[in-house]
Ligand binder design. Structure first.
Ligand code: SAM
Length: 353
């Protein structure tokens, strides 16, 4: 899919100098969280994200020259933290397929931000120690089912559950826990596994989070009927082990937290579809090739790579990022309809999940 990217070049009128102070968008939202997609490639073909019919042998992934180098990412991340970003998440595609990712972690570790990673876990067992040694703070691992046939039907890459669990355990042993485990719930596909997943992670210290299936990109054939509302997830778990809501860890936390009344830990639900959290969304996304997106459901981004490679100063880049954030008005999940879900949106593997 051709992605519309608005060029930001030194040739055009530069953004107004950012006056400093607290940066807020048109709805008063601060910029706190930066997600960086380090690759658009993935070794899984999850049916809800990178369906094999679309991301097949003919699919053109970005050439190496088009993607940001580790040094370019670290430089931009430094500008972002200077503007108030407090948390950086590395994602993709599958971030661990990018060679020597721990080297990027060491560069980012110098910044005053919490550093996290979202992965499908397939390569985590062998990389967890190097990532932790390089300074990664925590990991989130995606795992959609404990049942082999269901998991393989979802990842469409013949990847076994046991290997992902090995990755989760290696991460915890390396000090990257408690691990958050993301399960995308799709009705009729893996919703029969909700209770089994809750049971598997209860009492382990790790936190399972149930994510409503979203209409990201335009290739996954999303239908509202496929969404299992978080309220239903909580009801189903509570029937076996009563839950009660707890306060968020920080303002703008996306997952709603629930704890087991018997003290066996907590679970989270992420309800982008049934309870939009646009009003508190404080996330910026940097795509693999260096474009800025202010919404997961965006149709266009702002090109920073051109600016970087044309020799722009940190100050000029800072002004551009501040101007993009100050002009931000998106609230896609609040206005989602069956019409908006069929818009040509940027794929999650490109923008970073
Ligand atoms: N490859 C990594 C992984 O699997 O975690 C990182 C990228 S992935 C796009 C990030 C997260 O987005 C994963 O937890 C994935 O399950 C979730 N995701 C992808 N497509 C989704 C969709 N349509 N609805 C809800 N979550 C989705």
């Amino acid at each position: 899919m051709a992605i519309k990217v608005i060029p930001i070049q030194p040739g055009r009128v530069p953004a107004r100098a950012f006056a400093g102070g607290a940066l807020a968008d048109t709805r008063g939202r601060p910029m706190r969280d930066l997600r960086i997609s380090v690759t658009d490639r993935c070794n899984f073909r999850c049916v809800y994200c990178m369906p094999r019919e679309v991301f097949d042998a003919d699919h053109k992934f970005l050439p190496h020259s088009a993607i940001l180098s580790f040094e370019e990412i670290a430089r931009l991340a430094g500008v972002f933290t200077g503007l108030g970003v407090q948390k950086i998440r590395l994602t993709g595609g599958e971030p661990l397929v990018r060679k020597d990712l721990h080297k990027l972690v060491s560069l980012l570790k110098k910044l005053p931000a919490e550093l996290t990673l979202t992965t499908n876990g397939s390569l985590l067992a062998r990389q967890a120690r190097a990532l932790a040694d390089a300074g990664l703070d925590r990991v989130t691992v995606s795992l959609d089912s404990l049942d082999e046939a269901t998991f393989q039907a979802m990842n469409d890459a013949d990847f076994p559950v046991a290997k992902v669990i090995e990755g989760i355990e290696a991460a915890a042993a390396a000090g990257l826990g408690p691990v958050k485990i993301n399960m995308v719930v799709k009705r009729g596909v893996n919703d029969h596994e909700i209770a089994a997943m809750a049971a598997r992670w209860r009492g382990t210290g790790h936190i399972i989070r149930f994510i409503e299936y979203m209409d990201v990109g335009s290739t996954n054939g999303w239908r509202m009927d496929d969404v299992v509302p978080s309220a239903e997830v909580i009801k189903r778990i509570s029937a076996a082990w009563p839950l009660e809501p707890i306060d968020p860890n920080y303002a703008g936390e996306v997952a709603e937290r629930w704890r087991y009344k018997d003290g066996a830990g907590e679970v989270g639900v992420i309800s982008s579809v049934t309870q939009a959290f646009c009003a508190t969304c404080n996330r910026m996304r940097l795509s693999t090739e260096g474009s800025l997106f202010t919404c997961l459901f965006a149709q266009s981004g702002h090109d920073l790579k051109q600016m970087l490679r044309a020799g722009a100063s940190d100050e000029a880049i800072r002004n551009e990022i501040a101007a993009v954030w100050q002009g931000r008005a998106d609230r896609y999940s609040e206005i989602r309809t069956s019409q908006t879900s069929s818009l040509k949106k940027v794929e999650m593997s490109y923008i970073g999940g």
